[in-house]
Design a binder for this molecule. Structure first.
Ligand code: SF4
Length: 102
């Protein structure tokens, strides 16, 4: 299970993140290359932007479920400032996600 305090600092703030259990297997990046990208120097994935619609959220959940080391977390929002654990519903994710980069 991903651990929010162990997330890589290059993840954008938000629900989804990759923590230091990532083994650079490429699975998440193949599934959603616009969201999961590689840190070439560190040899790991990180979340470049948060999902902004139901389809993207579903793919992020697939990636999270398929990650062999459970390095993808979906409980990021609300913990950046030491707040309460995040709600994990897709509706909350949509509301918290930044606008898509065009
Ligand atoms: S699926 Fe998991 S282990 Fe593989 S690159 Fe993505 S975060 Fe890393």
């Amino acid at each position: 299970m991903a651990n929010h305090p162990d997330r890589y600092p290059d993840n954008v703030p938000g629900l989804y993140y990759v923590d230091d259990q990532c083994i650079d297997c490429d699975l998440c990046r193949e599934r959603m290359p616009d969201i999961f990208v590689r840190n070439d120097e560190g040899g790991h994935s990180y979340v470049r932007r948060q999902p902004v619609n139901e389809d993207e959220i579903a793919i992020c959940e697939e990636a999270r479920d398929s990650c062999p080391t459970e390095a993808i977390g979906n409980d990021g929002v609300g913990q950046e400032a030491g707040g309460a654990p995040a709600l994990q519903s897709p509706a909350y994710c949509r509301a918290a996600a930044p606008a898509a980069v065009e």
